[in-house]
Design a protein around this ligand. Sequence first.
Ligand code: FE2
Length: 424
Amino acid sequence: MSSLLIRNARLRDETELKDILITDGKFAKIEAGIPQEAAAGGEVIDAGGCLVSPPFVDPHVHLDAVLSASQMPRQNETGTLIEAIGIWNDWRPGLTKEILKRNAREVVDWYIANGTLKVRTHADCTDPTLLTVECLCELREEVKDLIDIQVVAFPQNGIFTNPNHIKLFERAVEMGVDVLGGAPHLELTREDGVREVETVYEYAEKYGKLIDIHCDETGDPDSKFVEVMAKESILRGMGERSSASHTTAMHNYNPDYAFKLIGNLAKAKMSIVTNPIANANLQNRLEGYPRKRGLARIDDLHARGVNVCIGNDSVMDPWYSLGRASILDSAYFVSHYGHLVGAAQLPLVFDMATVNSAKALALEDYGIAVGNQADLVILDAKSVSEVIRLRSECTYVIRKGKVLCTTEPAKRTLYNGRNMEFRV
Ligand code: FE2
């Protein structure tokens, strides 16, 4: 039997500090004053009153493209999504298994260090070799003791823009992806976009897959495919297994249309995944000033009961050249661009990086509760608001009761010898 005892843990929404006993990779006991003998000789960690949380979740990234920005043949001159896709398409034939897996594997370690242990990655399935699907399905198995990965069959260039793409999509399903994706706004016509959404739902229903569609990732207010997702979710009863990612056109919808749409998304019980940093960079590039940003209507969606999540989308790729696989960076960013820095709103931002995304990924066994898999992070903070404000380090990242990473927060010594922290 393996054991780990964590003392003095500050659990969210609880005033009293608790001890957490983990045995054989599961939470065995959560209460104050667990005796040391209960650890049965296993490791004991003192959380020192710091916040202990379930690990972070990134519900949206493209691991097939991470760390490739410096290798691209040219710069994205317009800064647009469309030009970035063109650069990716030009570069993709030279992508090898070795490069892809090396880059993705490196970012897996970045995720672990940042306390993210659940990730959903898209894999471009319009690549005729399906190398990206093959590599990411292999990686999912290779790192399963470290991190949970869901792989999405993502038709980067649309399903109906080429007669071979539907065959590639079907092949990706056979290769064992977990989730079916789409990009209806990149089809050649509105009609093909609607057909694409319907096709994804048909396949997902037939093969028992989750759904996560890149939907309306544009500033065009006439891009309205998320309404088709809501319809399919409602009629098929599949909303709790369905996520719409990006949905940046929503930012520019007129108020009456947005009101009706959000009501239908709530009725459908769908999730919305916003990718604030990448989309702030990519969207509304052609409009000049006022310079709007691509962001779903987070506060309106949340107020009406829609499950809203934060993703990273990109880590140093043709779409966004910065990033370090930190969901807290995205959370900090969205708290500002979404007008969510109020004391009552920051807990929602934290939810968007944890429990809301776990719900979107249909994760079972997530959360600090007796019987669940013992995945957790100890944060260098006393509250969720402080975590967002400081983008706190994870001093411990624990998976199935084993320590995967420890981090020592920075120590600063001022001119007068004072050791300073950014706390009052
Ligand atoms: Fe994306």
